[in-house]
Design a protein around this ligand. Structure first.
Ligand code: ZN
Length: 431
């Protein structure tokens, strides 16, 4: 079993909790009066760092929502007040991908960038990546933090990192073959896209000695059918990882792949709440992930509502890590759930079903909420030579799962968009 930091990864849970509490208290004391954003929030909530005497006291602190950070940057532009240090202390500015509006800027100091690298070290080591691996990053190295931090993780592990920015899919495939890439970092959608391009241009994907793929940016790598498809097309093991620009690289799949992702609990504290009431949700039940990062003092998030739906599993993993796991990884977005004809529909479960049909190259789901009459339309691209009757089989399977029959229709090849980052296959249209 490969660990990044075996001692902390296998700490008994009571000691892990003590470590978290100690880090939290030290950080909060440091932020008081230096970080204006959190000092203001805590003062308004009449809570002082010295009030936090156990992890149970964490619940006394106010939640932080993305909207507050956005508003803070808008009203104290351009960088906002969640900066613990003078600006010259910072090394990097990144911004969120902006899929939900104006991008949020995030900042890192030398220490916190090193912390990002350590967290990615956990992710890479967790997937069994070592210094003998050649790690290809199929990623546009732009303002989005994405795999930038994975570069630091590769350095911690000592793997050979090959940046694949500024290249199209064919060039990336050729680079990977020439360099003998053994590991690949990209979104799950893009792993499938590259495989599709390889097929179109007659490139033998098996000529790349790839063993491992590591994915982030979308929950797809924990969607069983998507994972299977990536593993089958690339003849490699596919690993999920989750993180966010505001939060850090927080969870990863270990080599045993017990059906979920480990949280790096020495660097993060997780809580799960009901997205509407804010009440704590017990392990084994689905709720919104609220996370506190412990190593980004220059731009911290404390009790941050991620909008990600998770379900905690506290059962000890056979890999020896004592950290909690998110059963099935990130299960979707709290605000992605839509109600169609009275049925709660999660895009992830529809994706899983559609991806089970290996003949489907790409798809798009649109929910039309017109005059209270909900309709769900699914457009699918089928591989060349597929019997078009297959769309009826897909509709029947969806009918059985959803208890209503969506409209499924075939569209021309390449009619639907392809994605390198943050695939958007689910749309809701209101009248
Ligand atoms: Zn494990």
């Amino acid at each position: 079993m490969s660990y990044f930091d075996e001692a902390t990864e296998t700490l008994p849970r009571e000691q892990l909790a003590a470590l978290q509490l100690n880090k939290l208290q030290t950080m909060m004391t440091h932020l008081w009066n230096t970080n204006q954003f959190y000092t203001n929030k805590w003062q308004a909530a009449r809570v002082h760092p010295s009030d936090i005497r156990s992890l149970v006291d964490l619940a006394r602190l106010p939640l932080t929502r993305k909207g507050e950070l956005m508003e803070d940057q808008a009203s104290h532009g351009p960088f906002g007040t969640n900066l613990t240090y003078p600006l010259q202390a910072y090394l990097r500015m990144h911004q969120t991908s902006g899929t939900t509006g104006v991008p949020l800027k995030v900042f890192d100091t030398n220490e916190s960038w090193d912390w990002w690298g350590r967290c990615w070290g956990h992710v890479l080591a967790g997937a069994g990546v070592t210094s003998s691996d050649r790690l290809f990053m199929a990623f546009a190295f732009g303002p989005f933090i994405g795999f930038w931090a994975a570069v630091e993780g590769a350095r911690k592990i000592g793997a050979l990192m090959i940046p694949g920015g500024g290249r199209d899919s064919q060039q990336r495939l050729e680079m990977m073959r020439e360099a003998g890439a053994t590991a690949l970092c990209c979104t799950p959608s893009y792993a499938l896209r590259m495989a599709e391009v390889a097929r179109e241009i007659g490139f033998d994907i098996r000529s790349i000695p790839l063993k491992t793929t590591i994915h982030a940016g979308e929950p797809g790598a924990s969607v069983p059918a998507t994972k299977q498809r990536i593993e089958h097309t690339w003849a490699a093991r596919c690993f999920d990882h989750a993180g966010a620009s505001e939060v850090g690289a927080h969870s990863f799949e270990c080599q045993l792949q017990p059906g979920g992702t480990h949280l790096i609990e020495s660097e993060f504290i997780a809580e799960v709440i009901h997205p509407l009431t804010g009440e704590a949700v017990l392990p084994g039940h689905r709720g919104e992930l609220v996370i506190t990062n412990l190593g980004r003092w220059g731009f911290p998030v404390i009790r941050y509502c991620t909008g990600d739906l998770v379900q905690v599993n506290l059962q000890r993993c056979q890999c020896g890590r004592t950290s909690l796991r998110f059963e099935g990884g990130v299960l979707g977005r709290a605000d992605d759930m839509v109600t169609v004809r009275g049925v709660n529909v999660f895009p992830g479960s529809v994706e899983n079903l559609v991806r089970n049909f290996i003949e489907v190259d790409e798809f798009r789901i649109t929910v039309n909420k017109v005059r209270q009459m909900d309709e769900m339309d699914i457009e699918v691209e089928l591989c060349a030579g597929t019997d078009p009757e297959l769309i009826h089989a897909i509709a029947t399977k969806l009918d059985a799962m959803l208890a209503f029959r969506p409209r499924v229709r075939q569209v021309a090849h390449n009619a639907l968009p392809r994605f390198e980052m943050k695939a958007k296959r689910f749309h809701v249209k209101l009248d």
